[in-house]
Design a protein around this ligand. Sequence first.
Ligand code: NAG
Length: 286
Amino acid sequence: ILVVVGGQAPKAIRSVECYDFKEERWYPVSELPTRRCRAGVSVLNGCVYAVGGFNGSLRVRTVDVYDPLRDQWAQAPSMEARRSTLGVSVLNNMIFAVGGFDGSIGLNSAECYDLRTGEWRMVAPMSTRRSSVGVGVLNGLLYAVGGYDGASRQCLSSVECYNPETDTWSLVAEMSARRSGAGVGVLDGLLYAVGGHDGPLVRKSVECFSPETNCWVPVADMMMCRRNAGVIAMDGLLYVVGGDDGSSNLASVEFYNPKLDSWSMLPAFMTIGRSYAGVAIIDKPM
Ligand SMILES: *[C@@H]1O[C@H](CO)[C@@H](O)[C@H](O)[C@H]1NC(C)=O
């Protein structure tokens, strides 16, 4: 099932809904303990972590964790830094929280959470401040894609890659377009950057990166312009959930089939339009 956590509709919300791929329907599960949008969401050990974000008044360092078997949320240890519009991914059984915005400045820092110690610790900072950054893990490396550099006030096309063995970041090839608030997902050994915006322009374009060639290549445009959407891969398809087109929050979900290089709309929409939601895939609890 696909889990969609919180988001902006139009304010930060507690609602969590799930899509059952087999039954092709949406249903609600336990709400977040606090309102949360612009968080990073990932799955570790079968539980869904909602990391940081914005609660309607403050950028937070808090973390909520969802146990699907008990349909219950609990508090997990808080990050070192307040971060909204951050990127979150799991690498080597640890949650990495990258960049984001703390309420006054875009962040270049990154930290990781180890379930065994129950603690967050800082890792090497990126070369660039990146709020509204998308992240993905491919071949044991974590990629931080685009975002917004509060210092130069530019949406970014640059991409950097973290190697946990050396605790270093290095730049890889730039995207063909500046993308802040892009959705990032990994499918069949490729890293996808989906939509996002450059200033007022919200994109429907999509490109994908191959680490073998160190090249970004365009693929088919989405059906809708989207930024701040949730992106996740499942069964050979890349799902793009909600987001906003520059004027409204979207309830629709579309998916990309790389074999056909084409996008399709999921027939069932979410119950509400939401941008800045987090998404995850988990096994359906029995
Ligand atoms: C947001 O978080 C702050 C700090 O954690 C808390 O004091 C405040 O009550 C929260 N606001 C809402 C609307 O939940």
